[in-house]
Design a protein around this ligand. Structure first.
Ligand code: FMN
Length: 204
């Protein structure tokens, strides 16, 4: 009798414990919170601004698919959404300096969130670039759905990226094809969405 009660109790406890364990993460969710340090961005040199503006254009074909160097990746991300002042403000403006934009980068070895302290945090395993335009990488711009200025913010960021690409001789284009490839897979805050994406890459 006592053994039966003990058995029932232990079953109940196991079931209760199971109920407390969070649901298993999405299949492709990164298994560990891998952090990749990037080299400090090189903030000198590059093409003079007026030449970069003259060279800015969309490139939709002819990507080699080869990886950018770590320095190019760091420079691209810094130009796009890096911190450029000691008070933490950035290379692109946001309404009331809320900085409510997240940049993710899909590389050959997963999808990473940009940390403006010159690092990437892996959020998803797998190579998703083919579903989002190919290239060396895809930038994903996420914003709160209810931010009326979100589109304006993202436009500033993708133009920063495009000017860096012009300066560095990389191809890029902004697009919506594959925009929803990672729906439900990125660890976005409640009410956020990927607004648009940008393919970037070395050319053949
Ligand atoms: C918000 C936005 C959305 C775009 N969406 C797409 C797209 O879905 N597919 C595509 O091939 N190009 C897309 N483009 C790229 C435009 O076709 C391109 O910018 C336009 O033809 C002008 O060419 P340019 O960037 O070389 O000046 C988009 C550009 C912007 C700014």
């Amino acid at each position: 009798m006592i053994r039966n009660i003990r058995h029932s109790l232990s079953m109940l406890l196991s079931l209760a414990a199971l109920a407390l364990v969070p649901a298993s993460p999405a299949v492709q969710a990164a298994e560990t919170a891998t952090r990749m340090e990037l080299p400090a961005p090189n903030k000198t040199g590059g093409m003079p601004l007026m030449q970069a503006l003259s060279a800015r254009h969309s490139t939709k074909t002819n990507y080699s698919g080869a990886a950018l160097s770590a320095q190019q990746l760091s420079d691209l991300l810094w130009a796009t959404w890096g911190v450029n002042r000691e008070d933490g403000r950035r290379t692109a403006p946001t309404a009331m300096n809320r900085q409510d934009v997240r940049v993710y980068v899909a590389l050959e070895n997963g999808v990473w969130q940009y940390d403006a302290g010159h690092a990437l945090i892996k959020v998803l395993d797998g190579d998703w670039r083919g579903q989002m335009g190919g290239g060396s990488l895809t930038l994903l711009y996420a914003i709160p759905q209810d931010n009326e200025w979100g589109g304006a913010h993202v436009g500033s960021l993708y133009q920063n990226a495009a000017l860096y690409c012009a300066s560095a001789g990389l191809g890029n284009f902004v697009h919506v094809s594959g925009l929803h490839a990672l729906d439900g897979k990125l660890p976005l805050p409640e009410g956020w969405k990927v607004y648009i994406i940008q393919t970037v890459g070395l050319l053949k």
